[in-house]
Design a protein around this ligand. Structure first.
Ligand SMILES: Cc1cc2nc3c(=O)[nH]c(=O)nc-3n(C[C@H](O)[C@H](O)[C@H](O)COP(=O)(O)O)c2cc1C
Length: 403
C-alpha cells in the first residue's frame, strides 16, 4: 500500500548548507532503489519532507532519517495512505524556499507534484505544504534542547514507609511537582494491596457488590497514612470510582468525616476521577460532584484524553485540574498529532482556569516539550516513582553547565 510520511525538523548548526546537495544525491539513489519518492523543502532553519512509497520502505528510510545527527526535533506531522503519489517524479529533490519568490513559492512547489495532485488543494498533505511554506504554525515549533542538557538530581525529601492502619489495602505515594519552581504541588495516594500489588489486583479480590463500598472505605486508609506521613498543609490527591459517589448514600459526608478525623482539611484534598468511567451516568455523577465541591473538596479528571468524552466533558462540569493521559504524553516531542491535541487541551483549560498536569512523564524530551507548551505540573518516573507507604525523593532538573 502506498504510504505517505511528512515530518519537519531543525537543521543542526554545524551542518553547512552546501553539504545538503550531496546528502540529497545519496538519498535520491537510495530512495530510487526502494521505490520511494518525495521532496525535501528547506527554509534555512527547518526541513519539511514528504516521503511516499511502499509502507515498509518508507518506514525504514524514515527510521534512518530520525536517527540522523544532521538535524534534530524531528516531528512527524502526517502518516497516511494515498491512492497515488503526490511527488512521484524524483526519489528525492531538494527545494530551497529562499531561492524563490515568496508569492509564488507554494505554486512552484506544487507544480513539482505529479499531475493528479497538482490542483487538489484540499488534500491534507498539500495543506501541510502550504502551512510550512507560509510558516503558519511556527509559534508551535518548540525547539527543545538535547535530553542530556539537564541533570535530574534527587533531593533528600524522602519519608520512610509508615505502617498501614488496616489489613485490607495500602497506598503508594507519588508527588505531582512543578519542576522549574522546584515545588511539590500535591501527593497522589495510589491504591495498592497490602503487599504493594496493583489496584487491579486489589479490585479483583472483591465481590462485585462490595466494590463501591470498599473503594470509599479505602480512602480512610489513604487519609490515615497521609496523616502518619505528616503531610502538613500539602494537598493530597485520591482516586475514586465515579459510581462510588452515586451508589453509596452519604459518600461525601463519609469522606469529609474521615478527612477531619485524620487532622486534614477538605481544601487540601483533590478527588480524581477517571474520564472513561464518568460518562456512563453523567447526570447522577454531576450531582455528586456538586456535593463534593460544596464540601470544599477539589475535583480532577484523570486519564484525560483516553476516553470518549474528552474536551466535551469540560462543558458539563469544570474540574479544578485535568491530568493528561500517558498515551498522549509518550514521545509527544516527536508526534505532530499528539502535540496538536495537547495544545488544544491546554488552550481550553487556560480559558477555563483549569490546571493541567502531565502524567507518566518518563523522558526529559517529553517534559521539555510539555513545559515549552505551557504545562507546569508533572507526575512521572522521570521525577519520582511511587513509594509504597512512604514518600519518594524528587529528582529535580538542573541545567548542565555548557548548555
Ligand atoms: C533532512 C534529511 C532528509 C533525508 N532524506 C533522506 C531520504 O529521503 N532518503 C534517504 O535514504 N536518506 C535520507 N537522509 C539521510 C538518512 O538520514 C541517512 O543518512 C541515509 O539513509 C544513510 O543511512 P545509512 O548510512 O544508515 O545507510 C536524510 C537526512 C536528512 C538530515
Amino acid at each position: 500500500m502506498l504510504t505517505t510520511i511528512i515530518y519537519r525538523s531543525h537543521i543542526c548548526d554545524n551542518v553547512p548548507v552546501k553539504t545538503l546537495e550531496e546528502m540529497v544525491d545519496a538519498a535520491n539513489n537510495k530512495n530510487g532503489y526502494a521505490d520511494v519518492t518525495g521532496i525535501l523543502l528547506f527554509n534555512g532553519t527547518h526541513f519539511f519532507q514528504l516521503l511516499e512509497g511502499p509502507e515498509e520502505s518508507v518506514l525504514t528510510i524514515y527510521r534512518h532519517i530520525c536517527e540522523d545527527v544532521r538535524h534534530y526535533n524531528v516531528v512527524e506531522l502526517l502518516r497516511d495512505y494515498a491512492p497515488a503519489r503526490r511527488f512521484g517524479k524524483a526519489g528525492m529533490e531538494l527545494f530551497d524556499l529562499r531561492e524563490h519568490d515568496s508569492n509564488q513559492v507554494l505554486q512552484t512547489v506544487l507544480d513539482k507534484g505529479t499531475s493528479k495532485y497538482q490542483l487538489t488543494y484540499d488534500d491534507r498533505a498539500l495543506q501541510f505544504f502550504r502551512t510550512f511554506v507560509e510558516a503558519r504554525e511556527k509559534e508551535n515549533y518548540f525547539e527543545i534542547p538535547e535530553a542530556d542538557s539537564w541533570d535530574f538530581v534527587a533531593d533528600d525529601s524522602a519519608v520512610a514507609p509508615v505502617t498501614t492502619p488496616s489489613g485490607h489495602c495500602s497506598f503508594a505515594f507519588q508527588p505531582i511537582i512543578d519542576p522549574l519552581a522546584q515545588e511539590v504541588v500535591s501527593l497522589e495516594a495510589l491504591l495498592r494491596t497490602p503487599d504493594g500489588d496493583s489496584p487491579q489486583a486489589w479490585f479483583a479480590g472483591l465481590a462485585a457488590e462490595d466494590v463501591y463500598d470498599a473503594d470509599l472505605k479505602s480512602k480512610s486508609v489513604a487519609f490515615a497514612m497521609a496523616a502518619a506521613l505528616d503531610l502538613g498543609k500539602q494537598s493530597l490527591s485520591v482516586n475514586l470510582l465515579p459510581m462510588t459517589l452515586v451508589k453509596i448514600p452519604g459518600a461525601v459526608a463519609f469522606l469529609v468525616e474521615e478527612i477531619h478525623k485524620n487532622g486534614l482539611v477538605p481544601d487540601q484534598i483533590i478527588v480524581e476521577f477517571t474520564e472513561q468511567e464518568i460518562i456512563s451516568r453523567l447526570e447522577e455523577f454531576t450531582g455528586a460532584i456538586r456535593q463534593l465541591k460544596a464540601a470544599g473538596i477539589r475535583v480532577a479528571i484523570d486519564h484525560f484524553g483516553a476516553g470518549f468524552a474528552g474536551l466535551s466533558l469540560l462543558a458539563r462540569f469544570q474540574p479544578e485540574r485535568i491530568k493528561i493521559n500517558r498515551e498522549l504524553i509518550e514521545d509527544v516531542h516527536k508526534s505532530g498529532p499528539r502535540q496538536a491535541i495537547i495544545l488544544g487541551i491546554i488552550k481550553s483549560c487556560t480559558s477555563l482556569e483549569i490546571s493541567v498536569c502531565a502524567v507518566g512523564v518518563e523522558k526529559p524530551e517529553e517534559w521539555m516539550w510539555l513545559e515549552s507548551a505551557g504545562i507546569s505540573l508533572f507526575q512521572g518516573h522521570l521525577f519520582a516513582r511511587p513509594a509504597f507507604a512512604g514518600i519518594p525523593a524528587v529528582a529535580w532538573p538542573e541545567k548542565r553547565s555548557g548548555f
